[in-house]
Design a protein around this ligand. Structure first.
Ligand code: UDP
Length: 260
């Protein structure tokens, strides 16, 4: 399959067409942005780590029946993914209150929620991704009732699975963001998970120390983002223990054989 022209460049990824009209190539950049693009930087090696971590998680989700856009990882920075029509909603799942919700609602940082809390944000940078109610989604036709019900079921399953996966390696899944898309095949349309899942889009805290192993290291100027993402990759068994924790080494790592 041939890589075609650049279709779109986002904050952390670039999308290219391919010779197959149903597939696109997703390139993971090293760019980091926060607070709706106000804070920007380039962190060498981040794209490589997110590509690998996201591949690992999406493959695991496929194995438990969660359909998603990943076809296969091509190389250290690229994946082939299915072309979908993105539902313009960011689904935020929270197990512990931190980040925007603590400021918005005055909730104490670190409050453990009795059950996962699902929030909806409209995907619109110009409007600052405003939080919306389910009623808005239906009123303005951003998704149908049926699609929302399906997405909500998938989200709970994804959350359960990821909580367990991370707990097994000493990490707490605090919150994360997901996007879904409509996949058209043979005249039928199906909603699938269509997003990366990585420390850029999840909050991950060490179980014992509460050390932040995610993009908050960039948002809050905590430093050492690459060592933290590398730690997540190592604990998940994606990188060998002896892999060195420097950005330069991360970018030079060769693909490892897929683990069973
Ligand atoms: N998130 C994301 N992309 C966004 C907004 C949020 O990946 O555009 C993730 C974020 O990394 C965190 C969760 O969603 O894991 C909840 O984020 P929150 O609403 O607290 O926003 P923030 O504090 O990042 O503004």
């Amino acid at each position: 399959m041939k890589k075609g022209k650049k279709l779109y460049e986002g904050k952390a990824k670039i999308i290219y067409s391919t010779s197959d009209k149903n597939l696109i190539i997703q390139y993971f950049k090293d760019d980091a942005t926060a607070f709706n693009n106000i804070k920007k930087s380039t962190i060498e090696g981040k794209g490589v780590l997110n590509n690998r971590i996201s591949e690992h998680i999406l493959n695991n989700l496929s194995q438990i029946g969660i359909k998603n856009h990943l076809v296969k990882r091509l190389n250290m920075r690229e994946q082939i993914i299915k072309l979908v029509e993105i539902i313009p909603i960011e689904f935020i799942v929270r197990n512990v209150a931190t980040g925007s919700i603590t400021k918005r609602l005055g909730i104490e940082d670190g409050t453990v929620l009795d059950q996962p809390l699902l929030e909806f944000c409209l995907k619109d940078d110009k409007l600052n991704d405003p939080i919306i109610a389910e009623e808005h989604i239906l009123a303005f036709g951003w998704a149908t009732k049926k699609e929302l019900e399906k997405v909500k079921k998938m989200i709970l399953r994804i959350n359960d699975f990821m909580i367990g996966m991370f707990r097994g390696v000493g990490i707490k899944l605090i919150d994360f963001k997901l996007e879904f898309g409509r996949l058209k095949t043979d005249g039928k349309t199906e909603v699938i998970l269509a997003d990366e899942i990585s420390p850029d889009t999840c909050r991950l805290w060490d179980t014992i120390t509460d050390k932040k192993l995610d993009k908050d290291r960039f948002r809050k100027d905590l430093g050492d983002l690459i060592p933290a993402y590398t730690e997540v990759a190592k604990r998940l068994g994606i990188l060998h223990e002896q892999s060195n924790v420097s950005a330069v080494n991360v970018t030079k790592l060769r693909p490892l054989k897929k683990r069973k």
